[in-house]
Design a protein around this ligand. Sequence first.
Ligand SMILES: [Zn+2]
Length: 155
Amino acid sequence: MKTSTFRIVPLPTEVAEEARHVAESGAADHAVIKVDSATGYPCRHCLRWAKPGERVILFPYASIPGGHPYSETGPIFVHAEPCERYGATREYPADFRNGRAFRAYDANYNMIDAEVANANEPEAVIEKLLQNSETEFVDARSVTRGCFTFRIQRS
Ligand SMILES: [Zn+2]
C-alpha cells in the first residue's frame, strides 16, 4: 500500500469541548439527541458513527468561515461525552467510506472542484483533487444531507 499524500483533519478538540459546554447551558442551537440508528450520527471528532443509545450534540459549525462567497455554517454532530480525536490521520476513516462527496477549495475558500466517491475509491478522488495545485484543502461531506464531515489537507 502506498503512503498517502493526504492528512485527515478531524474537528478540533476545543470545538467539541465548547459544543459540550454550550449544550450543558441549554442553548437552543445545541440539541442533545439520543442516537437511534447505527449510521445516522457521524461524530466529527472521533470520526466514527455514534452508537445507538449514545448521546450526541447537534450544533451549527462554520466549516467555511464568514467573509467569503462560499462561507457556510451547517449542522454537525459530536459525541456528548468526551471521545478521542481521530488519530489515524494518514488513513481514510473506515466508517465513512460510503456516501461522501468531496469539495476542493483554494486558499481563498473558493470551491473549485467537487466529486462524489464510491466506497472503494475515496483515496483516489482525494488525491486527484489534491493534484490541482490550486487546491488548498478538500472537505468531505454527506452526499445525501450535505453536512460537513471532515477536512483533508496535503501531508
Ligand atoms: Zn466522537
